[in-house]
Ligand binder design. Structure first.
Ligand code: KIV
Ligand code: ZN
Length: 435
């Protein structure tokens, strides 16, 4: 018998569900260099991390979790290199992760020496499963780990001349009783006593995604409404993607009250990954909201990401995948070609309405010719005509376009392959030789 039980949100908690879009970009924090890196088969080298850091700065991230400096030599060295080589722009805040354990916190502060400003992100696990199976500790004991960690962060900051702000994560939040998660976070906040000038971050990770997105969003809403010092607290989300709903978790979580998102490029991260910031940002963009991140050269960003991480971006990955704007089938091509004609005449209105394309691929550095109209045996006269017109300036009359449509489909069908524009032009020359 199936006996699992999960937290069930009260249904009247769902005012946010009536909103149809996100009104402004959240504060973004890239965790590529920490959560993303720790999930790679071979973690990035120092040089790769440095290049990746520069890429994140170019994209426009103002908060970047650069690692877990107490965890490995490379992590420690990477942070020291950023600081000693003065590589952190003034408008970027780096963040470092530490467990709520004394020697790890002390080592983290040692690694931070000389930094202009940083977020120190401390966590301990709060879920029923972790409390009972891993730590074998009571709720009171787990709460004390969080409070002791928060106190040590405060003490070491007061003793140093560093400009540090704080973040706390009840790790495995989604497996924690909400009332207890709130109690722990409020106890940490009581230690930190945030003010308008010294806000702190409470991060609510779906360390493991256990529920449907509206359930997570309701948990976020509950926390956001009941956290102490709420005006001085930045509520951050850190969705993972175990059920494939990381994007929805983040989007609904923002509607439900969150201010900040931690995620990675293309969703790299533990297991099924962290939430994909590229998709989140471009979803906003395609609803007319400035995501405040620059993905205007997606092909270059994708190539750099693949080079540094050794990961491969799936052909169907939203916005970045090789095939995500491609139309092979005749009816899609026909609709796109017609829509593009209208767009050409109405570009000044800024209103993008081309069928089958959620946004103008050119906005992210993709090409119509290479990325959109692609020809195989499924294609039709509209697409083939479009290729001949765009590439060779041939505006064929209807009858010729139809004949070319059949001839091209035939060749592709027999050769069992996609045809390049030059091959289509050859078919055209052969078919209409002497005409
Ligand atoms: O997924 C998670 O819970 C984390 C925490 C350390 C924030 O990565
Ligand atoms: Zn994580």
């Amino acid at each position: 018998k199936y006996t699992r039980q999960y937290f069930m949100p009260p249904v009247d908690c769902m005012d946010w569900a009536k909103k149809d879009h996100i009104e402004k970009a959240p504060i973004w924090c890239s965790v590529d260099l920490r959560d993303g890196n720790q999930a790679l088969i071979v973690p990035m080298s120092l040089e790769q991390k440095l290049e990746f850091f520069k890429l994140l700065v170019r994209i426009g991230f103002k908060e970047i979790e650069v690692g877990f400096p107490a965890a490995s030599e490379t992590e420690y060295l990477f942070l020291r290199t950023l600081i000693e080589k003065n590589m952190i722009p003034d408008d970027v805040t780096i963040q470092v992760l530490t467990q709520a354990r004394e020697h790890i916190i002390r080592k983290t502060f040692e690694a931070l020496q000389g930094v202009k400003k940083a977020v120190v992100h401390v966590y301990n696990s709060t879920s029923v499963a972790q409390r009972e199976q891993v730590f074998k500790k009571s709720k009171e004991e787990i709460l004390k780990i969080a409070v002791d960690g928060a106190e040590l962060l405060k003490k070491l900051t007061e003793e140093s001349d560093g400009n540090y702000s704080f973040e706390y994560s009840p790790e495995s939040f989604t497996g924690t009783e909400m009332e207890y998660a709130l109690e722990v976070c409020n106890a940490v906040l009581d230690v930190w006593q945030p003010t308008p000038d010294h806000k702190v971050i409470i991060n609510l990770p779906s360390t493991v995604e256990h529920s449907m997105p509206h359930v997570y969003a309701s948990q976020v809403e509950y926390m956001s409404k009941n956290l102490k010092y709420r005006d001085n607290v930045i509520v951050s989300l850190h969705p993972h993607n175990d059920r494939g709903c990381g994007i929805s978790d983040a989007e609904m979580g923002i509607l439900a009250g969150a201010d900040r998102i931690e995620g990675t490029l293309f969703g790299n991260g533990e297991r099924t990954g962290n939430v994909d910031i590229v998709t989140l940002a471009m979803n906003m963009y395609s609803q007319g909201i400035d995501p405040e991140l620059d993905f205007s050269d997606m092909p270059k960003i994708s190539a750099e990401y693949e080079e540094y991480t050794g990961m491969h971006i799936d052909m169907r990955s939203p916005y970045s995948g090789a095939l995500v704007f491609a139309a092979f089938s005749g009816s899609h091509q026909d609709a796109i070609a017609k829509g593009m004609k209208i767009w050409d005449e109405h570009q000044h209105t800024g209103k993008w309405t081309v069928p089958y394309l959620p946004l103008d691929p050119k906005d992210i550095g993709r090409e119509y010719e290479a990325d959109v109209i692609r020809i195989n045996s499924q294609s039709g006269k509209g697409g083939i005509g479009y290729i001949l017109e765009q590439n060779f300036g041939l505006n064929l009359p209807a009858k010729m376009r139809e004949a070319m449509g059949y001839a091209t489909k035939d060749v592709s069908d027999h050769m069992h392959k996609e045809l390049k524009p030059s091959e289509i032009f050859e078919i055209f020359k052969k078919k209409f030789e002497g005409v």
